[in-house]
Design a protein around this ligand. Sequence first.
Ligand SMILES: *[C@@H]1O[C@H](CO)[C@@H](O)[C@H](O)[C@H]1NC(C)=O
Ligand SMILES: *[C@@H]1O[C@H](CO)[C@@H](O)[C@H](O)[C@H]1NC(C)=O
Ligand SMILES: *[C@@H]1O[C@H](CO)[C@@H](O)[C@H](O)[C@H]1NC(C)=O
Ligand SMILES: *[C@@H]1O[C@H](CO)[C@@H](O)[C@H](O)[C@H]1NC(C)=O
Ligand SMILES: *[C@@H]1O[C@H](CO)[C@@H](O)[C@H](O)[C@H]1NC(C)=O
Ligand SMILES: *[C@@H]1O[C@H](CO)[C@@H](O)[C@H](O)[C@H]1NC(C)=O
Ligand SMILES: *[C@@H]1O[C@H](CO)[C@@H](O)[C@H](O)[C@H]1NC(C)=O
Ligand SMILES: *[C@@H]1O[C@H](CO)[C@@H](O)[C@H](O)[C@H]1NC(C)=O
Ligand SMILES: *[C@@H]1O[C@H](CO)[C@@H](O)[C@H](O)[C@H]1NC(C)=O
Ligand SMILES: *[C@@H]1O[C@H](CO)[C@@H](O)[C@H](O)[C@H]1NC(C)=O
Length: 321
Amino acid sequence: MDSVKWFIRVLLIFFLPHFSISADTITPDHFIQDNNDEVIVSSGNIFALGFFSPGSSRNRYVGIWYYQIPVKTVVWVANRDNPINDTSGILRIDGRGNLALFQGNQTLPVWSTNISIAGAGNSFAQILDSGNLVLLQNDTGKEVLWQSFAYPTNTRLSYMKIGYNFRTGLNQSYTSWKSPDDPGVGNFSFRMNPGVSPQMVLYKGSVPVWRSGTWTGKMWSGIPEIAQNFLFNDSFVNTDDELSFSSDTINASLMTRYVTNETGVSQRILWNNASQSWIISYTTPIELCDIYGHCGRNGYCNPYLGDFECTCFPGFEPKSP
Ligand SMILES: *[C@@H]1O[C@H](CO)[C@@H](O)[C@H](O)[C@H]1NC(C)=O
Ligand SMILES: *[C@@H]1O[C@H](CO)[C@@H](O)[C@H](O)[C@H]1NC(C)=O
Ligand SMILES: *[C@@H]1O[C@H](CO)[C@@H](O)[C@H](O)[C@H]1NC(C)=O
Ligand SMILES: *[C@@H]1O[C@H](CO)[C@@H](O)[C@H](O)[C@H]1NC(C)=O
Ligand SMILES: *[C@@H]1O[C@H](CO)[C@@H](O)[C@H](O)[C@H]1NC(C)=O
Ligand SMILES: *[C@@H]1O[C@H](CO)[C@@H](O)[C@H](O)[C@H]1NC(C)=O
Ligand SMILES: *[C@@H]1O[C@H](CO)[C@@H](O)[C@H](O)[C@H]1NC(C)=O
Ligand SMILES: *[C@@H]1O[C@H](CO)[C@@H](O)[C@H](O)[C@H]1NC(C)=O
Ligand SMILES: *[C@@H]1O[C@H](CO)[C@@H](O)[C@H](O)[C@H]1NC(C)=O
Ligand SMILES: *[C@@H]1O[C@H](CO)[C@@H](O)[C@H](O)[C@H]1NC(C)=O
C-alpha cells in the first residue's frame, strides 16, 4: 500500500508539472491556477500565458510574456486595472464559454472575454506562437470568437494592428502602463487619427505630443528611420471598412515589439540573441522638435538652431524674448 502511494506521488511529481506546462490550451476540463504556478505555452515555446507580479508589486495579473527570454517581458495583460491581491487566481472557461479570471471561489470574475457565445461549453482558449491568445469554438470551423490582438495593452507585436475596423467598431490603440509596477491604464496612448490624412498620434491624456506624419504610400513621412527596411513588411489599409497599420517581421525568428512607454515615448525594440538583451531600434519623439506643438501655433522648430530650437514664421513675433 505504502509503495503504491509512493509510486503515485513520484508519478505526480514527474509528470504533472510537465503535463500542465506543455499544454497550449485552457479547456473546460483544464484550467490554470496561480497557486500551482501553472502556465500555458505556445506550441513552438515562443510565448507563455500565466500569472505574474510586475516590478516590485505583489499584485497578481494574468499576462503573456516571451517564454524563452530570461528578462521577463510582458506583452499583454488581461486584468490590467483589476489586480488580484493574493495567489488564489484561477483562469478557466466559465459556464457561458468565456475565458474568465476568478479570485478564489468568488462567483463574479475579475476579468472575462465577456462575449455572448452560442453553444457554450464548446469553446477553448489557446496561446499561439504569434503571442495572440485566441478563444475558439471547438467545432470543425474552429471559429475565432475573441482574440487578445484585438484588445491591445501597451505593446504591438507583429500582425497586431493600430487603427479601426469600421464594420465591427473595433478601435485598436495602445496605452502605457502607469509605472513598471502597475500595468493599469496610464497617461500615454498611441492611436490612429482618422480623417482626410490619417496619422498615428502619441497622446498624453487628450493632448497630442507626437505625430507620425501622413502615409506616403511606402512609409510615414515623419518616421524616416523606418524608410529603408528590409526586416519588416509595413501595411497600411485605408478603405470604407478599415483604417489600419501593421508592421510585421518578415523573418519570424526576429523578435520585435513596439511599446508605448510610461515615460512618454513610443519605441521599436528588438531582441538581440547574441547579447541576450533588448535593443532599442528607434524612439519617437526622438528630439524636442518631434514634440507636437512644441513651438506654438506660429512657430517652427529647427533642432540645429543652437540654444533655442523655436523660430517664428515670418510676420510673427515671439510672445516672450
Ligand atoms: C474538442 O472536442 C472534442 C470532441 O468533443 C474533444 O475530444 C476535444 O478534447 C476538444 N478539444 C478541446 C481543445 O477542447
Ligand atoms: C483582497 O481582495 C478581496 C476581494 O477584492 C478583498 O475582500 C480583501 O479585503 C483584499 N485583501 C487585502 C489584504 O487587501
Ligand atoms: C473555496 O471553497 C472551498 C470549499 O468550500 C474551500 O475549501 C476553499 O478554502 C475555498 N478557497 C478559497 C480561496 O476561498
Ligand atoms: C461584461 O459586459 C457587460 C455588458 O457590457 C458589463 O456590464 C460587465 O461589467 C462585463 N463584465 C466583465 C467581467 O467584464
Ligand atoms: C478610439 O479610442 C480612443 C481611446 O479610447 C478614443 O479617444 C478615440 O476617440 C476613439 N476613436 C474613435 C474614432 O472611435
Ligand atoms: C497622469 O497625469 C495626471 C495629470 O497630469 C497626473 O496627476 C497623474 O499622476 C499621471 N499618472 C501617472 C500614472 O503618471
Ligand atoms: C506583406 O503584408 C501584406 C498584407 O498583409 C501581405 O499581403 C504580403 O504577402 C506580405 N508580404 C510579405 C513579404 O510577407
Ligand atoms: C531568419 O533569421 C535566422 C536567424 O537570424 C536565419 O538563420 C534564417 O536564415 C533567416 N531566415 C530567412 C528566411 O531569412
Ligand atoms: C520604458 O522605458 C524605461 C526607461 O528607458 C525602461 O526602463 C522600461 O523598461 C520601459 N518600459 C517598457 C515597457 O518597455
Ligand atoms: C540564440 O543564442 C543561443 C545561446 O547563445 C543559441 O543556443 C541559439 O542557437 C541562438 N538562437 C538563434 C535563433 O540564433
